[in-house]
Design a protein around this ligand. Structure first.
Ligand code: ARG
Ligand code: ZN
Length: 479
């Protein structure tokens, strides 16, 4: 389509320009289609994601049988070619039985151990053209180990897909990198008596001959690792935020001793979103909630609109702070997503700083006290300081340093630019990158533009130096 428009403009220009445009257009039209590279080019995870196309929508129509852990169904992927494309890959590790591209059966090669499905369409895809890719598949996700990892979580009555950075390989074929965001329809049939939780809004629930089918829709762009699906027996609560956004929370029916504390935390989601909106701007999504399946894991994850919480998060009582963290990610990570995994601080630093703001709001420690506490807690020789929050390495992506030193770095930023500029920056980042992506360089230039201060040295000290910053840096320089 772009090519067409360029030729139209050229034809209205001078004859010489037209001739030149024609000369340039000939080799372009004759370009030999080439394979898309099986990488998004991210040095932290060189095999994750693919090149040569972008995805705009995933439509997943699945069935799941908890007794056997059998997952089967069809993914319909709406994509568009970014080069003349002879062949491309999706990230996937279940068994594929058929692939169609634009209605025609396509050749494919499976390499589940390398999480790749290589597809050769019957006809090459022209740069800029749209493609509909249909993948039929089945598998037992718990049996599939990829690079020594299995992120699929089975529960006594179902299963959960929720992990970072790998989750999709076990349940749908994708371009598995946060730089390629898409909308989602997730429809899953489960045996009667079970429920399905996913992102966004429940658009349908109906009994079928063999079970019940639940259909969910996330209509805002979503990174692949933020797509989630949980099957099980849940207690479901519903409500609305003060702005009328529908709230759906789900609690496994066997949370045992953690059930009350889980509810006393997750039920505060609407209140917490309202409070966070004051700092980060209008909540970007059309649905809200949280779910607590009966898993043995200990982490939580900011799955879009509906974070995943482990029961362990509530083992010592209510934990509003983890709700604050995962809901802050709805702006920092979900609305504005990473362009490259190295920049994980843009997610975890800000979600952790939100917890510090909450602490102060609750009349507990102030943000400055918490920054000072992190500093004092870790002596200079603590290996904690050897992890650079701005470039932790893939093996240290979720180390405490990314969260705690990462939040202290934000306090240092606040102290350097002053409260007025600081709170403007917190709102401007989601506003300027809404429903998109952002990288560290863009964050630094935004913070410098708003504050009018050079910040390279500050970030060098707090994010990119593998040692404890001089104590003076943490103090409020502007007081
Ligand atoms: N983004 C998640 C959080 O901050 C971290 C998930 C880490 N993944 C894991 N398997 N531990 O809550
Ligand atoms: Zn986090």
């Amino acid at each position: 389509r772009d090519n067409t428009r360029r030729r139209t403009i050229a034809s209205t220009a001078t004859a010489a320009a037209s001739a030149l445009a024609l000369l340039l257009a000939v080799p372009a039209a004759a370009a030999t289609p080439t394979p898309g590279a099986p990488t998004a080019g991210d040095p932290y995870y060189p095999t994750y994601g693919n090149s040569g196309y972008h995805v705009s929508h995933y439509d997943l129509r699945l069935r799941y049988q908890p007794k056997t852990d059998q997952l089967q169904g069809t993914a319909t992927i709406l994509a568009s070619a970014t080069q003349d494309l002879s062949r491309f890959d999706l990230d996937f590790s279940l068994d594929v039985s058929g692939v169609w591209v634009n209605g025609q059966q396509a050749a494919f090669t499976e390499n589940p151990g390398a999480h790749k499905l290589q597809i050769t369409p019957a006809a090459p895809l022209a740069k800029g053209s749209d493609a509909t890719v249909v993948v039929r598949y089945s598998g037992v996700p718990s049996k599939v180990t990829v690079n020594g990892i299995n992120a699929w979580l089975r529960t006594p009555d179902g299963a959960v897909a929720a992990d970072e950075p790998e989750a999709a390989w076990w349940w749908f074929p994708s371009n598995d990198h946060p730089s390629d965001k898409a909308t989602y329809d997730v429809s899953v049939e489960v045996p009667k008596g079970l429920q399905v939780i996913s992102n966004g809004v429940l658009t349908g629930q109906r009994d079928t001959a063999t079970g019940t089918r639940y259909s969910w829709r996330e209509d805002k762009p979503q990174a692949t690792y933020l797509a989630t699906m949980a099957i099980g027996k849940f207690d479901i609560t519903t409500g609305k935020t003060k702005d009328g956004i529908p709230v759906v929370n789900a609690y496994s029916k066997d949370l045992g001793a953690n059930a009350a504390a889980a509810r006393a935390s997750v039920e505060r989601s609407a209140e917490i979103i309202d409070w966070e909106s004051r700092y980060f701007g209008t909540y970007p999504f059309d649905a809200l909630g949280g779910y607590v399946p009966n898993v043995k894991t200990h982490y939580a994850l900011e799955t879009q609109t509906r974070p995943f919480y482990s029961p362990a998060q509530f083992a010592s009582g209510s934990n509003a702070s983890v709700i604050v963290h995962e809901l802050a990610h709805q702006w920092f990570g979900d609305d504005v997503s990473l362009e490259r995994w190295q920049d994980i601080w843009l997610n975890e630093g800000f979600a952790s700083y939100a917890q510090w703001l909450w602490s102060e709001y609750q009349g507990e420690g102030t943000t400055q006290q918490l920054a000072d506490y992190v500093y004092a807690q870790h002596p200079a020789n603590d290996p904690f300081w050897t992890v650079k929050p701005g470039d932790p390495g893939a093996d240290h992506q979720f180390d405490d340093a990314v969260y705690d030193r990462g939040a202290a770095a934000i306090q240092a930023l606040r102290n350097t630019v002053g409260d007025q500029a600081f709170f403007q920056i917190l709102k401007a980042w989601p506003r300027e990158h809404a429903y998109g992506n952002g990288d560290f360089a863009q964050f630094q230039s935004l913070a410098e533009r708003i504050s009018g201060k050079p910040l390279a040295q500050l970030f060098q000290t707090w994010l990119f130096t593998p040692q404890r910053p001089a104590a003076a840096t943490a103090a409020r320089a502007w007081v």
